[in-house]
Design a protein. Structure first.
Length: 472
């Protein structure tokens, strides 16, 4: 890229800032930012459905392998997500304040920390994966599938770190279109490779893992190219990869609660996987099917939450506190309306959804109960996700991270175990415990959002007034 191209990309970031801080119709603004995220999320959800469908053809053990495997590499992803998510507050607020140099420096600092963790972390987890398999009571028919699946997917962690940071950084700058294009390309590649590697190459579950790895490598390399050249307005120089003490303290303040929350959540899901595994392979398969169907709501809730967070971060950086509050109220109402409609459709057509994946009564019945009992509680979870996005955007992450930990360790795990095993309610008790944890967490998260305690910036750069004296 030439110098003119880099300047043009930087100017696009500035124009997007003016749109985010100047658009009076917040519904239009949030929906406009959400549409690319909705598209990429839709494509990803369709891929997850297709992936689940292909694996279901290999039997219940293969179908449950990704679900059983993800919490282990999820520990590393928790660290990556926690650090990368600090970019939402730092880059977003610095751009809101027109402090573009510090926006790039904070991005580089986070990226440097992630690369220092990702490579050695992946190697460590590769050589200790057998501990996870033993500790989670993976059933005998799944052990031979889970082990190679984990081994292959761990190789993609450093590349996933790169793309995760890319996604958060461009989103914070108001560019949700470019990450959508990269994500859709990678997902479509994964979609095309899956049946080829699973069936034609005869690799089974390992083929699905390899398809995911190849997609992760491509997205990670593109993210690195974008940062190195400034193609999309945010350029990271080699010197930026070494954080200064001031930025390091700020990154730690924002990301440490998020890392702790996601780590504890991931460890909690490892325990939950053990609880689910104890109810037998049919319930594991039902849980996998239910998760695919319930995760469809993420293509609605996540874009609304993230888009609201983008507006909040830049508004706080520009010291437009009232605008950040108004954007939050608007996003919250959009979330409640859209997810309410989704839940009605889910419960009404749950039988048809399940029949796409299985007609085995041993799997169909618990999956049906899961969607009926646990399904409506996704609204509580989505309210928590919304609060999480506001916390990341504002940089005030302590309280929401705390209730994220409580959701699993104080609510879901003890309730699910007590109802499923102690009261001998089986999968009905499992789904009921999971449901209660979502509703309680959602209520607490919403009260925190509406308390407005987060409505102040964490950066110390005053808004820079451009030569024409326009403050936005």
């Amino acid at each position: 890229m030439g110098a003119h191209d880099v300047e043009e990309a930087a100017e696009r970031v500035n124009r997007k800032r003016e749109e985010i801080l100047g658009e009076e119709n917040l519904v239009k603004l949030i929906i406009g930012l959400s549409i690319p995220l909705f598209i990429s999320g839709s494509v990803q959800s369709l891929y997850n459905i297709a992936d689940t469908y292909w694996l279901s053809k290999l039997g219940s053990a293969a179908l449950g392998t990704p679900t059983v495997s993800w919490p282990y590499r999820g520990v590393l992803m928790s660290i990556g997500f926690g650090l990368a998510s600090s970019v939402s507050a730092l880059v977003g607020q610095y751009i809101g304040a027109r402090d573009y140099r510090n926006a790039s420096k904070s991005l580089g600092s986070v990226l440097g920390l992630l690369l220092a963790i990702g490579v050695p972390g992946s190697l460590l987890f590769y050589y200790t994966r057998w501990l996870y398999i033993d500790l989670t009571n993976v059933t005998a028919d799944m052990r031979g599938l889970v082990d190679p699946y984990i081994a292959v997917t761990l190789a993609g962690i450093p590349f996933m770190y790169l793309y995760l940071t890319f996604n958060f950084a461009l989103g914070a700058a108001g560019d949700t279109v470019t990450p959508m294009k990269v994500s859709v390309f990678a997902t479509m590649l994964n979609f095309l490779l899956d049946p080829v590697l699973i069936f034609w190459a005869g690799m089974g579950v390992v083929g699905a893992a390899l398809a995911t790895l190849l997609s992760n490598i491509l997205t990670g390399l593109y993210a690195a190219y974008s940062f190195a050249t400034g193609r999309h307005g945010l350029r990271v120089y080699p010197r930026d990869l070494l954080p200064d003490s001031r930025l390091l303290r700020l990154i730690a303040r924002i990301s440490t609660p998020m890392i702790a929350s996601r780590m504890m959540t991931t460890l909690g899901f490892i325990v939950m996987i053990g609880i689910v595994n104890g109810l037998g392979t049919p319930v594991v398969a039902a849980y996998s099917i239910g998760q695919v169907m319930l995760n469809i709501d993420h293509i609605i809730s996540f874009p609304i939450a993230r888009s609201t967070g983008i507006v909040v971060a830049q508004s706080l950086g520009a010291r437009l506190i009232d605008r950040s509050k108004k954007a939050t109220k608007t996003g919250l109402l959009l979330l409640l309306g859209s997810i309410g409609l989704y839940i009605i459709l889910l419960v009404t057509f749950r039988g048809w959804f399940i029949s796409v994946f299985t007609r085995d009564p041993a799997v169909w019945d618990p999956a049906n109960r899961m969607l009926l009992i646990f399904g409506p509680s996704v609204l509580g979870f989505d309210l928590f996700i919304f609060a999480n996005s506001i916390a990341r955007a504002s940089g005030h992450t302590f309280f929401v991270s705390g209730i994220g930990i409580a959701r699993l360790w104080l609510l879901r795990i003890p309730l699910s175990w007590y109802l499923a095993y102690h009261l001998a309610l089986g999968d009905k008790g499992l789904w009921s415990g999971m449901s209660l944890s979502n509703w309680i967490t959602g209520a607490l998260a919403t009260m925190w959002v509406l308390s407005w305690r987060w409505a102040k910036p964490v950066i110390h750069s005053p808004p820079r007034i451009p030569p024409d004296n326009k403050r936005i």
